[in-house]
Write a protein that binds this ligand. Structure first.
Ligand code: NAD
Length: 484
């Protein structure tokens, strides 16, 4: 199979925070791969804009090093890497002052797509938006990309939306959630809405429950101070897990376009039932063998912040009434694994004599590692010995069926940045979606804060606190194993 790359028009991408961690690890190496794929046509440029005082040559040297470190095997292609670096420029800028803005304005050329990536702290978003207008750098066709966190509650998210809306229309604002850029997340929509097989079963008549797990093996690392003010609910559930839940649960949009898809996602969030406290388990990782626990990592020995959360949610609509959605995410878990599992109901009756085992169809959508999908089906065990049934995964991973090129898919950031250049907002969060998600999570967080809720300790390298297992046990169900 020959991989098909959709051409884009020439563009200038300004990365505010171009010297930061995210730019060096994800954005710039991703752009290099898109350059190799032929998606930086003509005179397209990338302009780093950050506080550090450096010139084009120093910025190129920094990006060179970053691509060598984070760029994967493509970074060995020195000739193309040089050509890519020549497309890079740098402006030293102060988001909070006027320094550097006139220079950036002078770099802009007419008749080219302009995109501005806000890869800086959200407290600078307003300053950037305002100065892009004051210095007439942004126009009606420009796009801005904003990173998470998008607020820390409904009030701050509303304020942030209002700040951006003062200078940009909603169709210019790209709120990034890189989970939506993952190949399998999009494949989930293709499988649901491109086949006749699944959609008739996608409801409370055939689905027993759904599990969404996002497990990390790392602790809070160097982000302790930020994380301790945030916790798993704000850092992971309100955005990534909610987005995955929406895609799994939404009604079929009438078309695959930005507003049709986002309208349906919004309806899911609005249909989420308020949470009951006994349906939530909060956890905090304990000291491991190295003596380091969560509280050491965040340097706060009185912290009540959760590094793990498991919850049972319900969506109050006709399709999903009575079907639990179990969500779970945590740090320092036994494996790095993100999976959505749609667990179908048991057979009403088995015609096979002596078959005591419970056979279930499970559609598993793996986001990491080894992105792919499989469907657990029951078949006859080959060979003699009568009608012995066995459950096997039917591999729906594209690589085998479509050839080796198909496995070489762009990373989530690459795909999403190219969507920005193409002007396609389907995989970005709309302002009202983000606010609705906060409106649902706010009362939960406020409840913990008012009660001084203490998270349960769990062993590093485990599957979280025992109470999380009990959450499903009580319903006669069990979590799927967390496998890396
Ligand atoms: P960072 O601290 O590594 O980099 C911050 C960048 O902002 C630097 O380039 C710095 O020069 C620039 N900057 C700071 N103050 C400035 C000012 N007054 N004027 C102009 N530039 C200024 O941060 P990061 O980790 O790259 O994160 C950037 C954004 O992306 C944050 O909003 C963060 O929450 C978000 N994010 C980061 C990651 C990640 O993996 N690093 C993941 C998801 C979201």
């Amino acid at each position: 199979m020959v991989s098909r790359v959709i051409p884009v028009d020439p563009f200038d991408l300004v990365i505010f925070g171009g010297t930061g961690d995210l730019a060096r690890r994800k954005i710039l190496p991703g752009l290099f791969r898109r350059f190799l794929a032929g998606q930086m046509p003509g005179e397209s440029r990338i302009i780093g804009a950050a506080r550090s005082d450096m010139d084009d040559a120093a910025f190129r040297a920094m990006v060179h090093e970053a691509i060598k470190e984070f760029g994967g095997r493509e970074s060995a292609d020195e000739a193309h890497l040089r050509a890519f670096l020549n497309r890079l420029h740098y402006v030293s800028i102060d988001a909070k002052g006027d320094g550097g803005w006139a220079q950036l304005s002078g770099l802009m050329v007419e008749d080219r797509i302009r995109a501005f990536y806000f890869s800086v702290a959200p407290s600078l978003f307003g300053d950037l938006a305002e100065r892009l207008h004051t210095f007439e750098i942004a126009n009606k066709a420009s796009r801005i990309v904003v990173e998470k966190p998008f607020g820390r509650d409904l009030e701050t998210a509303r304020a942030l939306n209002a700040t951006l809306a003062a200078h940009f229309d909603e169709n210019q604002i790209y709120r990034i959630d890189h989970y939506l850029g993952k190949e399998t997340v999009q494949n989930l929509m293709a499988v649901r809405f491109g086949n006749v097989l699944f959609e008739p079963l996608w409801n409370n008549h055939y689905v027993d429950h759904i599990q969404i797990t996002v497990a990390e093996t790392v602790g809070v690392g160097g982000r302790g101070a930020y994380y301790d003010k945030s916790g798993a609910m704000r850092d992971m559930v309100q955005n990534h897990l909610m987005q995955l839940l929406c895609l799994i649960a939404m009604e079929p949009p009438s078309q695959f376009n930005a507003d049709s898809v986002r309208d349906e996602k919004l309806k899911v969030i609005r249909a989420l039932q308020p949470m009951e406290n006994h349906h939530i388990v909060r956890g905090q990782y304990d000291r491991g063998k190295d003596g380091q626990g969560y509280r050491n990592d965040v340097e706060n020995d009185r912290s009540f912040t959760e590094s793990f959360i498991a919850m049972k949610c319900h969506i109050a609509n006709w399709r999903w009434a009575g079907v639990p959605f179990y969500l779970r995410t945590g740090k320092k878990m036994k494996a790095r694994s993100s999976e959505i599992a749609v667990v179908f109901r048991d057979l009403g009756h088995s015609i096979f004599e002596g078959d005591e085992a419970r056979h279930r169809n499970i559609l598993s959508i793996r986001l990491q590692p080894n992105e792919g999908m499989d469907l657990q089906v029951t078949i006859k065990e080959p060979g003699p010995g009568g009608m012995r049934l066995v459950d096997v995964p039917l591999d729906m991973t594209f690589a085998d069926a479509l050839g080796p090129d198909a496995a070489d898919v762009p990373d989530a950031y690459e795909r999403l940045i190219m969507d920005v250049i193409r002007g396609n907002q389907t995989l970005f969060m709309r302002g009202d979606e983000v606010e609705a998600a906060w409106a649902w999570t706010d009362p939960i967080i406020k409840g913990w804060e008012s009660r001084n809720d203490v998270p349960k300790l769990y062993e590093p390298g485990s599957a979280g606190p025992d109470d999380s297992l009990m959450l499903l046990h009580r319903d006669g169900r069990r979590w799927r194993d967390i496998k890396g």
